[in-house]
Every structure is written in structure tokens, then in C-alpha cells.
Design a protein around this ligand. Structure first.
Ligand code: ARG
Length: 419
């Protein structure tokens, strides 16, 4: 195939690069097949220099020195590896925890939270390295292109974007052939098509292969993070999470930084089979897809947080916040991290979470994580009032009938009218 002929000639957005203006490209480089082929292809097709950026968001089992070596061997002028775990945890995951962030009822948004940070770091590195263009490896069918390009176009209107995978029309076979032809080492065997994986500190997703067949139950080999529940220990695991103002700060009484705590909770959950989500999802670009998620840390921390929040908030706060949580998750899923409504919502999340201090105990058993104990100085809870055995104090049972009469008044009137 002639590489140059595959450069897109038509642009449909203002931030897309004019091929003649592409001289020095910041490539978001993972070390995988797509971005390795891109690294060579951009040099060939555009005659441009490439600077690589690899971002560490806590994806397990990555050797960044190997990735850097590979990038330089493939002709990258510079290869930068940025450890962004702390920023990811404190600026992104912390907000997600306070917002009980789940999209579609089950997806804790780890990829959606990572992309705006990765794209922001790409903008910073592109500016520092004198690049005119940012290249990423997203396809034209996913949400990640939306998240990355919306971020670049928002933060750096002077930079342009190219997305070779979206335009080059190479299939996997052709990419492998291109890699062989250009001396690009290929990691996995080439016979089996791999799952499409994305992961970081907050979880792991698998897409593709049999996952696209909705009638196909999960095959065991997809689970690389979480123990399958049927293989998990017969003995339940227990843990205690301490929260201060909405964030987990200790595990079993030991204070820990957020990154370490998330990793430790994730390991416990993974051992007990917690956090497997087989998810049907509405992508922002219109497609409906299936994802297999492994999210042990998020499953545990989000349910503990939500439980504690429910305890310290009033009925009105609890009802209202659920709607804002939902809106927050949607905005982040949709790639609108930099949208002012997101930070407006965060101001509310902060206000509510001022009270979310206390301790949650949980049991983990063969895939389930269940809250078993709660305590908080801010609980809007009085055991004496709630108890069946006591009366008096703030609660007057004698007042209940009058309350019921007035509370049900409109409903009773309407019922009568409609009979
Ligand atoms: N469905 C999830 C999302 O849209 C996960 C996407 C994983 N990304 C990937 N490039 N494999 O956020």
C-alpha cells in the first residue's frame, strides 16, 4: 500500500491538520501495535518529526523503559514518560468518588476520566517540544476520540489533530504487514486477534472478539484482573474504609495516600471476585456496544462512599444529589470534562461531601461487596429515635396520624375525583 495516499485530504473540523502544515507531531504513544505503526507511518506519510508521550495512569504491568526504547528505536526524536498517577487520583478520581460516578448504572468511567488528563498532558508536552500537531490512536467509532479532541480543541486552539487510525483504512492484517515491513516489533502472537484493552488505576475494560456477540457468555480468559467469583476464596474478606470529607483516607485503620489506597482496595476486591461488570453501553457517537469491565477498587470505594453519604445527608439532599451525580457522569462520559457545568456540579459535590466523614465496614465474598457496618459523627441518625422499642424525645408518635392526613391529602382528593 502507498502510505502517503492514505493521508486524509478532506477536513471536516477546524482543528484537523492540513497535511502541508504537519511538521512536528506529538504522538500519544502506548507501545502497542496501532501507535507503533503510527509512529513510523507519520514520519513516512507526512515527512514529519515525531515526539512521543506515554502517560502512566497506573495501568498494571507496564514497562515504561521498554516503551521508551521502542519509541526511540522507531525514530521518535524524543520520548517522554509522565507519571500522572497522583494527578489522576486527586484531580479526577477524587471528584468521581464524590459524585458516585457511574455511567449507565455500572461503568465507573476510568477511561473517560483518564482521557482529558492524557490530552491535557499532550497539550503541555506539544507546547514544550515545539510540536504543531497532536496524534492519537483512537478509531472513528469510539468515545475516546471525542474526549481527546474536545480537550485539545478546548485547551489549545493553536494545535491541530491527526487521528491516523480513523483515516488510513488499514485493517489489522495490513497493520501487521506494515509493521513487519518496517521492522516494528510485534508483542503478542499475530494469530489470535487480541481483545481491545484499556486500563488504569480505576479499572480495566475489554472489547471486541466474542464480546460483540451478545449471546456469548464471558470466556474465562477475558478476566486478567479480577479472580472469577467461582474461583474466589470460600472465606469472606473484610475491610474497613475510613472517609474524610468524601474521600477514603484509611484502610483497616491504616492511613494511606489515595493512589496506594486504591491499589490496595483493588487487590482485595480482585482476590474476592469483586467488580466484574458485563455492560451494555450507549456510546456518545450513537453506537450501542458491550464492554466487559473489571473494576474492583471502584466497586468497593463507590459503594462505601455512597452508603456513607446517604447516612449523613437528608432525604432531600439524597434525592437531589442522585440527579446531579447522573448528570456529572454523563458529562464526563461524553468528553466534556472542561465544560463549566462540570465544575459547577463539582462545587455542589464538594459542599455535600464536607459532611461525608466516617467509617464503612464491608464484606467481600465471591464477587459481592456488601456494606456491613457504618459509623459517622455526622450521621443524621439517632438509634433511640429509629428504634421500635422507644418513644418520646424528638419524635412524637401521637403526631403521626395528623401528618398522614395532611401528607396524603392531595392524593386522596385526586383518587376520589377519578373514581
Ligand atoms: N466503553 C468505555 C468508554 O467509552 C471504555 C473504552 C475503552 N477504550 C478503548 N480504547 N479500548 O469509556
Amino acid at each position: 500500500m502507498s502510505a502517503a495516499s492514505e493521508i486524509p485530504t478532506q477536513r471536516s473540523a477546524s482543528y484537523e491538520a492540513d497535511p502541508a502544515q504537519v511538521h512536528r507531531v506529538l504522538l500519544l504513544y502506548s507501545g502497542g501495535l496501532d501507535t507503533s505503526v503510527m509512529l513510523k507511518w507519520i514520519q513516512d506519510a507526512y515527512g514529519a518529526e515525531v515526539v512521543c508521550l506515554t502517560v502512566n495512569l497506573g495501568q498494571p504491568g507496564e514497562d515504561y523503559e521498554v516503551i521508551r526504547g521502542k519509541a526511540l528505536a522507531l525514530g521518535a526524536r524524543e520520548c517522554h514518560v509522565v507519571d500522572a498517577r497522583e494527578e489522576f487520583a486527586h484531580e479526577f478520581l477524587a471528584r468521581a468518588i464524590k459524585a458516585n460516578a457511574l455511567y449507565g448504572g455500572g461503568y465507573p468511567l476510568f477511561t473517560a476520566l483518564g482521557r482529558p488528563l492524557i490530552a491535557k498532558l499532550a497539550v503541555e508536552q506539544a507546547r514544550a517540544s515545539g510540536c504543531d500537531t497532536i496524534a492519537h490512536g483512537c478509531t472513528g467509532k469510539g468515545n475516546d476520540q471525542v474526549r481527546i479532541e474536545a480537550t485539545v480543541a478546548t485547551l489549545a486552539p493553536e494545535l491541530r489533530v491527526i487521528a491516523p487510525v480513523r483515516s488510513w483504512r488499514m485493517g489489522r492484517e495490513e497493520e501487521i504487514a506494515y509493521a513487519r515491513e518496517h521492522g516494528i516489533p510485534i508483542k503478542q502472537g499475530t494469530e489470535v486477534v487480541p481483545y481491545s484493552i484499556d486500563d488504569n488505576l480505576w479499572g480495566r475494560s475489554s472489547e471486541g472478539r466474542w464480546i460483540e456477540d451478545l449471546e456469548h457468555a464471558p470466556e474465562d480468559d477475558v478476566f486478567q484482573l479480577v479472580t472469577r467469583p467461582e474461583e474466589a476464596p470460600d472465606q469472606a474478606g473484610e475491610l474497613e474504609l475510613g472517609f474524610e470529607r468524601g474521600l477514603p483516607v484509611s484502610l483497616d485503620g491504616e492511613r494511606m495516600g489515595l493512589v496506594d489506597l486504591i491499589e490496595a482496595v483493588g487487590e482485595l476486591g480482585a482476590r474476592h471476585g469483586v467488580g466484574i461488570v458485563d455492560h451494555i453501553e450507549d456510546r456518545i457517537v450513537g453506537l450501542k456496544v458491550r464492554d466487559i469491565y473489571e473494576v474492583p477498587a471502584a466497586a468497593i470505594i463507590l459503594s462505601a462512599h455512597q452508603d456513607l453519604e446517604r447516612l449523613v445527608c437528608t432525604i432531600h439532599q439524597n434525592q437531589f444529589k442522585a440527579q446531579l451525580d447522573h448528570q456529572w457522569a454523563y458529562l464526563v462520559y461524553a468528553g466534556l470534562w472542561w465544560e463549566p457545568l462540570r465544575s459547577d456540579l463539582d462545587a455542589y459535590m464538594e459542599a455535600v461531601n464536607e459532611q461525608v466523614t466516617g467509617t464503612i465496614g464491608m464484606k467481600l465474598y465471591k464477587g459481592a461487596a456488601r456494606v456491613t457496618t457504618r459509623s459517622s459523627p455526622n450521621a443524621v441518625y439517632d438509634a433511640a429515635l429509629a428504634s421500635f422499642s422507644e418513644s418520646g424525645g424528638l419524635f412524637s408518635q401521637a403526631a403521626s396520624p395528623g401528618f398522614i392526613e395532611l401528607f396524603s391529602l392531595q392524593s386522596r382528593m385526586a383518587w376520589r375525583l377519578r373514581q
